[in-house]
Design a protein around this ligand. Structure first.
Ligand code: ATP
Ligand code: MG
Length: 556
């Protein structure tokens, strides 16, 4: 897909002003995931924004793991995140950064705050702290430990670090304002005691810095110019600025908030995705029904299509709730332009071509892409028996039917016009076979004296390869599964979100590598499964997207 021109938005305006005014000479952004789950389509928006801005303005973008909650984080997640960012087509500047790399500096800055009388060690229990914090309508109260001397605070903080106190018995808090209307400024906790081994620092630390304290300092240490985050951090910005204003660090990135992406008919909360995986509603984090990057990749979505989606949805402060169709449309357009075409039959009905004659009945060469001759062509072999799609035959056709019907004619794609002469049934009356005759004068030309409008796809029984085809649909039946007060989102799981069929495909796909994409003519775009497909041995396709929007359309 050709990369389209960037869509202007308010963050671009800020950056352009900063470059024009000389406030910054370059742009430095970062993507800061916590390695506690897999990335999803919402993260893709943030990745495309941060890496995209760095690319567009000739700047840099860091990948920084925000690893301050050791009990939930793992290298498995971190590795998958790195893979996903690269798969989307981005490369971070220099080495991967870790907030934990800055633990020593973070500790030093905490001592600086203590020495300045701006942080204190508190002995309140978590319950007491909650009670002292007040509410949105009531101011908080000062902790009885708020006025400890600098010496006492330094001594206690050092002993916290040395492991002298049990988990949760003390915290280090910023001394800001317990009466602030912004609860984030009511003496927020900066450090807590937690004896949990960390994925990178092991048991070296028993105190861990809080996210808000860590994030702004990490940004500043990396010389980030524009720190982009989602709107729920708007109320945290005064704390971001407070910390950087009160330590000696010499860099003060600008935090800018934008609306998070939410999509209908799916969920993007890590916690909810986790439940779907751990309770077995889906096969894993890479289940093609999930909006995770691993899932979308496995389904056959392209990085180019996802990047185009991120471009189209734009960036603003207004709610960003998007229909899945918009994403599917981007994927479809990308695949339309590049996926080779083949024929496959997913619900097979046998057709016997009664006048098939060796040496007289011919096979044809067909292009792999109608607009891209450079992709080449393949022979579409015909035979005496072929499979057609069961849905392409109707005994009592509805008005306007252009496909096969008893006594009717249809063209086989890239082949002859055939006529249905006989319908064969089994003991229960089910149609099991059609007997048809070929009009041998119609290869590559129209029949004389009559019009045959319908064209159907098919594969020759003797040449087609059996394939397992996984047909995916929406994971949820409700557009907002998460938005019901009295009902759990899992109640809206679509019981028909996965249907597995045994179909037949053209022999061409025999040696296709995993993650090879095709258009199955008239059916949609399909991708060989990244894990279960084994070239030459077992063919497994995932349906990436249908050819047209099929969801929620009126019947008929
Ligand atoms: P958590 O609730 O665990 O914090 P998170 O989705 O915020 O989940 P992070 O790993 O902290 O996960 O996210 C990394 C970055 O991606 C953050 O800058 C965050 O703002 C951004 N991000 C996360 N979800 C979305 C979303 N839905 N739309 C846009 N950006 C998002
Ligand atoms: Mg987060």
């Amino acid at each position: 897909m050709r990369e389209n021109a960037p869509v202007p938005h308010f963050i671009r305006t800020i950056i352009e002003q900063d470059l024009a005014s000389g406030k910054h000479r370059t742009v430095v952004t970062r993507f800061p995931p916590e390695p506690n789950g897999y990335l999803h389509i919402g993260h893709a928006k943030s990745i495309c924004l941060n890496f995209g801005l760095a690319e567009d303005y000739g700047g840099r973008c860091n990948l920084r793991f925000d690893d301050t909650n050791p009990e939930k984080e793992s290298m498995e997640y971190a590795n998958a995140i790195m893979e996903d960012v690269r798969w989307l087509g981005y490369q971070w500047d220099g080495p991967v950064r870790w907030a934990s790399d800055y633990f020593p500096q973070l500790y030093e800055y905490a001592e600086e705050l203590i020495r300045k009388g701006l942080a204190y060690v508190d002995d309140l229990t978590p319950d007491e702290m909650r009670e002292y914090r007040g509410t949105l309508t009531e101011p908080g109260r000062d902790s009885p430990w708020r006025n400890r001397s600098v010496e006492e605070n330094l001594d206690l903080f050092r002993r916290m670090r040395a492991g002298e106190f049990p988990d949760g018995s003390k915290t280090l808090r910023a001394k800001i304002d317990m009466k602030s209307p912004n609860i984030n400024l009511r003496d927020p906790v900066l450090y807590r005691i937690k004896r949990v081994p960390h994925l990178r620092t092991g048991t070296q630390w028993v105190i861990y810095p809080m996210y808000d304290y860590t994030h702004c300092i990490s940004d500043a240490l990396e010389g980030i110019t524009h720190s982009l985050c989602t709107l729920e951090f708007e109320d945290h910005r005064p704390l971001y600025d407070w910390v950087l204003d009160h330590i000696t660090i010499g860099c003060h990135p600008q935090q800018i908030e934008f609306a998070r992406l939410e999509m209908r008919h799916t969920v993007t909360s890590k916690r909810k995705l986790n439940l779907l995986v751990s309770e077995g509603h889906v096969s894993g984090w890479d289940d093609p029904r999930l909006p995770t990057l691993q899932g979308m990749r496995r389904r056959g979505y392209t990085p180019e299509g996802i990047r185009e989606f991120a471009r189209r949805i734009g960036v603003s402060k207004a709610a960003n709730i998007v229909d899945l169709e918009v994403l599917e449309g981007c994927i479809r357009e990308d695949l339309e332009a590049r996926a080779p075409r083949v024929m496959a039959v997913l619900k097979p009905l046998k057709v016997v071509l009664t006048n098939y004659t060796d040496g007289v009945t011919l096979s044809r060469e067909a292009p792999l892409h109608p607009q891209r001759p450079e992709l080449g062509s393949r022979l579409v072999p015909l035979g005496r028996e072929i499979w057609i799609e069961r849905d392409d035959f109707a005994e009592t056709p509805p008005p306007g039917w252009q496909r096969l019907t008893p006594g009717g004619e249809v063209r086989l794609r890239y082949s002859y016009v055939i006529r249905c002469n006989e319908v064969v049934r089994d003991a229960r009356g089910e149609v099991v076979e059609l007997r048809c005759s070929i009009d041998h004068d119609t290869l590559g030309q129209n029949p004389v004296g009559r019009k045959v409008k319908g064209v159907i796809h098919w594969v020759a029984c003797a040449h087609a390869l059996p394939a397992e085809v996984r047909l995916y649909d929406r994971l949820f039946t409700d557009p907002d599964p998460d938005g019901h007060k009295d009902r759990d989102f899992r109640e809206f799981l679509n019981p028909h979100s996965l249907q597995v069929v045994q179909g037949w495909v053209e022999p061409l796909v025999r040696d296709a590598a995993p993650e090879t994409r095709y258009q199955f003519e008239r059916l949609g775009y399909f991708c060989t499964d990244r894990y279960d497909h084994r070239p030459g041995e077992r063919i497994v396709f995932n349906r990436t997207v249908t050819l047209k929007e099929t969801w929620a359309k009126p019947q008929g």
